[in-house]
Design a protein around this ligand. Sequence first.
Ligand code: ATP
Length: 663
Amino acid sequence: LASPTFQPSSIASQHPIGKPIGFDLVASVLQSVENLVGSGAGSRKKCTILLTNMLRTILYSNPKDLIPVIYILSNKVAPDYEEAQLGVGDGLVIKAMCESFGKQAKDINHTMAAGDAKDLGEVALLSRNAQKVLMLPPKLTIERVFSEMIAIANDKGKNSQTTKKDRMKKMLVASRGVEAKYIVRMLQAKLRVGIQVPTLMQAIASAFILSPPIKDAPKDSPCAMSDLRKTKSVDLAKVEERITAMEAAVKQAYSEMPNFDKVIGALMEGKDETNLAETCHISLGIPVKPMLAKPSKGIREVAERLTGKRFTGEWKYDGERAQIHVVDRENIFVYSRNSENMTEKYPDVIKVVKECLSETVQSCIIDSELVAFDQTSKKILPFQILSTRGRKNIDIDSIKVNVCLYPFDCMLCNGTPLVTETLETRRKSLWSCLKELEGKVKFAEYRNFDDLVEDDIQAFLNESIEGSCEGLMLKTLVDNASYAPSQRSLNWLKLKKDYLEGLGDSLDVVPIGAYYGKGKRTGSFGAYLLAIYDPENEEYQTICRTGTGFSDEDLQTHHSFFKEKTLQNREFNYNVNDKMVPDVWFEACQVWEIKAADLSISPVHTAALGMKASGKGIALRFPRFLRIRDDKPPEESSGPDQICDMFESQASVGKTEMDDDDM
Ligand code: ATP
């Protein structure tokens, strides 16, 4: 429990009520969190407490600073779907550092090469501390830093490099101590302290329970928070229960409305765990992270999980996920799996949705798959064809790769959110929203099953494969059949044709380093070190290294992409055994889909460490590269639970333990 004995009012003297709070508060908490990461059991809990107490202080002294701080902690300047990219190229950051601290680029490179600093942030700190300054500009405030960051992200066009640099310089010149380090890291969009959204949610929930807004206090007024400690008798068990409920409410609110301004805004207005959902629910123009499916190991497992439930099977189309928001008949938007706005990429889809919208429908949100489609042969084309389509400013008359839209869900219709309705109900709404149009719009092919007959599923799976699909999606229809944004749910199971051959699913992994090539691959990378992301421990864990599956073109593409993404040192959250240290480290910035022969217990790889064998991880044997997954961020690569599931499901469980030279 984040300390109820902590009194935000006790440090109010350092942060005068109603006045903008200094950025030093955030920088010092980030430093404490960084010191704690990896310091053993309980460190995550301690981080949450530090964050909670900082948020409470801000709520107490100057609530206006709360939303900027949440953005700063999550290394963003706006919600994901607004595409305001904070990341500034290292070259420009180095120039700003040189001009602010009176250095030359070679000094900076030397400091890093000598191992005196792990990254540019640490160089900034060392440079700042070494600089003799007679008079410093006024102290930085949270408000100022955040507004400069927004301006830098929005600065586009001709002289933007110069204006961005000037803004960075102003902040660096005014920075004190560790502030310089975190400003530089924020500019690089890598805070490197390991605060992930779930930790932040916990801290937000605790802060609002422990220091709730005073009902009816004017919005934004300072000191709008009451202090739990002042309540005469505090029932700690009750408080803990409320924090848990609030955490669930904040998570749910953010999954339906991934926008901190709105979620935190609602909490500041006095919403709590009982009524946050009234304001923060799925809404037009705010894409939600899509619901995802759990892999199944085959028809037998599907049978075990779904017997006794009414469920439906749908063809699993192999294209690009598309969330379509019909705000009104003139404003239609398409968002990717990653909440990226793809409206410009698909003008043809916008046109066809407009044509096919039912007269009774004014607004809706539809989940669907966009698939490359040959209008002459009336056949689905492979995913590879879709990936050749341009991304921006597509002229509707010169589109070469046609697509067909396969809608399969409806999350909102005529202003009413449907996520808590059953799939059976949502499907009816879906059908009422759109009309089919040959070769352009087709509701996902489906079959309902009241009774589970394995042969029927097999027959439907065969049909889907004959129809050029990847397999089936099996979904609960009535019980436990709500739409759960951002969740990989057991209520959706995927049954791919691949599961029927050897090791079922492919995996999504993140290259975090590479080994130089020899022979034919001299001058490029010969093999890559691949990792999965563990959201629990907030770290990357290695699962294999691979040099197979690449065409010559792939090798070239990866080499030119990753040579721009190398790091001087490994990231603090790369859990890599000494025996696997690569020649170069990469930023975790891309996801690859790979396939392997099987999995085995490994003494050197750290994926799912200790989950299946004490002190040992799980590794992939004979992994090969399939393709880049542009639609997934690295934190959504396969996780330890999925690896354990796959490990358990394979026939050879317990037989194989990997040798060191099997790596
Ligand atoms: P995969 O590697 O299988 O595409 P993923 O991690 O992108 O996995 P999953 O939830 O595992 O996502 O698989 C579901 C994906 O299949 C969806 O993201 C969607 O793009 C696609 N899909 C195709 N047809 C359907 C359907 N009928 N219902 C739901 N998703 C479908």
